[in-house]
Design a protein around this ligand. Structure first.
Ligand code: PRP
Length: 187
């Protein structure tokens, strides 16, 4: 039994993802030339993308990690309220912040986070996300760098999970319905 047996379809294979990550990194390296951005990621889904992206960027950048949790399970959808479980480790005042996210879905997490980060007086904030799923957007988010725009399907792999599993799949795929039983999960 392999983890791959649970995958119905590969949406983006690992080579496609790697090529796009290299392109994004080259774009960021050019755009941030002469600057020293702080890459801010939200645990846990963005970890794999962050790890690959930062190694392909030829810049003197630093990283900081946050962890957020929605009030009441999946309530980001209904309330948009987000609780900070782990805050930034250092000040971002006067820094160029690049938010690195794995996926933007409803946009509610980033909508909150953007306001939260702007209150800390950074010089700039830009957003780089690997996957954009515009079909479910509830809050408008200004995304500066997008890896792929994807259809409204529940995706796993390359950091993204279902019930904390499948994050270590090297590609982005869709699970077999038999894995979750019934209707596909939201998100
Ligand atoms: C994912 C993703 C974003 C958020 C986007 O995290 O990493 O932070 O959801 O969704 P939204 O646009 O609808 O707000 P998730 O809550 O699945 O946690 P994880 O990163 O630990 O898997």
């Amino acid at each position: 039994m392999s983890l791959h047996d649970d995958v119905e379809e590969i949406l983006l294979d690992s080579e496609t993802v790697a090529n796009r990550v290299s392109e994004l990194a080259a774009e960021l390296t050019a755009d941030y030339a002469g600057r020293d951005p702080v890459l801010v990621s939200v645990l846990k889904g963005a970890l794999v993308f962050l790890a690959d992206l930062m190694r392909a960027m030829d810049l003197p950048s630093s990283i900081d990690l946050m962890e957020v949790s929605s009030y009441g399970g999946t309530a980001t959808e209904s309330s948009g309220l987000v609780r900070i479980m782990k805050d930034l480790s250092a000040s971002i005042a006067d820094e160029d912040v690049l938010i690195v996210e794995d996926i933007i879905d409803t946009g509610l997490t980033l909508n909150y986070l953007l306001r939260y980060l702007w209150e800390r007086n950074p010089a700039s904030i830009r957003i780089c996300c690997l996957l954009d799923k515009p079909a479910r957007r509830l809050a408008e988010i200004p995304i500066d760098y997008i890896g792929f725009t994807i259809p409204d399907r529940f995706v796993i792999g390359y950091g993204l999970d279902y019930d904390e599993r499948y994050r270590n799949l090297p590609y982005i795929g869709v699970l077999k319905p038999s894995v979750y039983g019934g209707a596909p999960p939201e998100g």
